[in-house]
Structures are given as structure tokens and as C-alpha cells.
Design a protein around this ligand. Structure first.
Ligand SMILES: [Zn+2]
Ligand SMILES: [Zn+2]
Length: 214
């Protein structure tokens, strides 16, 4: 197991303890921002200002599932464009450098965001609560998906075999290798869940499909 993971490692440089500590500090800061955002959403809900609902049958079960998919697509789109903006040289240093500080992605860096980036990311959830009718379960499921997905794409080793990129899932979903290339090259792979926007707007690394784990 250890050997096979070592073979699959995408990491080029050893991890630095100091950068892990910094990643943890930024992750705690991000958790606080998301907590404040959650409190804001709840207070707006109690005032009746959001479109959040609690009755499972209000829009039906099919809508519960469809709205979950819709939130992921909207979040992926929002993230793609703010992420491209974060990489603009004028703002990168103070908006997004914290996420790239450790160089190679690590699970510690998966939620390590500078304050402005954490606010921008949390704002999505506040905004979508006013625009799309969402059950609380859908909102929480999207938050859990985001967190688990971020750890998955920052593992530093590929979980799936190389051939996975040629199957349906790998063709459309972003995995560890895909996001590791973003941490190395900066100018490609801005997506969060899906490869759609990177493919459409020409920010997918042409060599991605030929890359192997080693
Ligand atoms: Zn980035
Ligand atoms: Zn990353």
C-alpha cells in the first residue's frame, strides 16, 4: 500500500512543516468566515429573506436532487471565474497566494484561503440562498461535498488509475492530478468540480491527457 501510494505520488518537493502550520492557520480563518456566513444565512432565513425551505415535499424529492446538482454547477462556474481573477498578477499576492504557499497541493492546503478568498467563496453560499430555492439538506450536502472534494483534489496522489481520464467520470470530473497541475503551472485548470469551463475556455493543459502518475 505504502509503496503503491509512493509510486502514485504527484509531489515533486518534500512538505515543509512551516507551510503546513500556515495552511492550518488559514484553514481555521476560512472556517470562521464560513461560520459567520452560516450565521448570516440563518438570520436572513428567520427574517424570511432567503429562498431556503425545510419541508421536503414543498418542491418534491426530484427537485431536492436536481437542486443539489444545480448548486454544484453554479458553484463550479462561480469558482472558475473568481479563481481566474485571483490569478491576475495585481491581486494574486493578497487574494490567493495563501492557497498556493505550500506549492504542491496537500490536504492541509485544501481549505487554506486568504481572508479575501475565504469571503468570496463563502459569499457564494450566501448569494445562492437568495436566488435558488434550496432545502437545508441540499445546502449542507453542497458544503460537505465542497470540503470532501477539496481534500480529494489536494491529496497529492492520484486515487484512480491513469485510464480513468478516458472514462465518462474522468472526462468531466476534476481529480488530484488535474488540480496538482494547477498548483504547478498556475495558468491552467481553474475549475472546482468539473472540467467543462477549462475545456471550453482553453485553460486545460494540453498535456493532461498524456500525463501518468510518475
Ligand atoms: Zn489557484
Ligand atoms: Zn488547490
Amino acid at each position: 500500500m505504502g509503496k503503491s501510494l509512493a509510486n502514485k505520488s504527484l509531489r515533486l518537493k518534500p512538505l515543509m512543516n512551516s507551510s503546513i502550520r500556515k495552511d492550518i492557520e488559514l484553514s481555521i480563518l476560512s472556517a470562521v468566515i464560513f461560520g459567520i456566513c452560516g450565521a448570516f444565512i440563518i438570520s436572513e432565513y428567520t427574517w424570511g429573506a432567503t429562498l431556503l425551505y425545510t419541508d421536503l415535499h414543498q418542491y418534491g424529492l426530484w427537485y431536492l436532487i436536481a437542486s443539489f446538482g444545480l448548486v454544484l454547477i453554479l458553484q463550479d462556474t462561480y469558482f472558475y471565474f473568481i479563481h481566474r481573477m485571483f490569478h491576475h498578477p495585481l491581486i494574486f499576492k493578497w487574494m490567493h497566494y495563501g492557497h498556493h504557499r505550500s506549492g504542491e497541493p496537500t490536504p492541509w492546503s485544501s481549505s487554506a484561503f486568504d481572508l479575501p478568498e475565504a469571503i468570496m467563496q463563502a459569499l457564494f453560499f450566501a448569494g445562492v440562498s437568495f436566488i435558488v430555492p434550496l432545502h437545508f439538506i441540499t445546502l449542507v450536502a453542497a458544503l460537505i461535498t465542497m470540503t470532501v472534494w477539496a481534500v480529494f483534489t489536494h491529496l497529492g496522489f492520484e486515487v484512480f488509475p491513469t485510464s480513468y481520464k478516458n472514462y465518462w467520470m474522468g472526462k468531466w470530473l476534476i481529480g488530484s492530478m488535474h488540480h496538482s497541475i494547477h498548483h504547478r503551472k498556475y495558468k491552467v485548470h481553474y475549475g472546482l468540480y468539473f472540467r467543462f469551463w477549462d475545456k471550453l475556455l482553453g485553460t486545460e493543459d494540453p498535456s493532461y491527457l498524456n500525463q501518468t502518475h510518475t
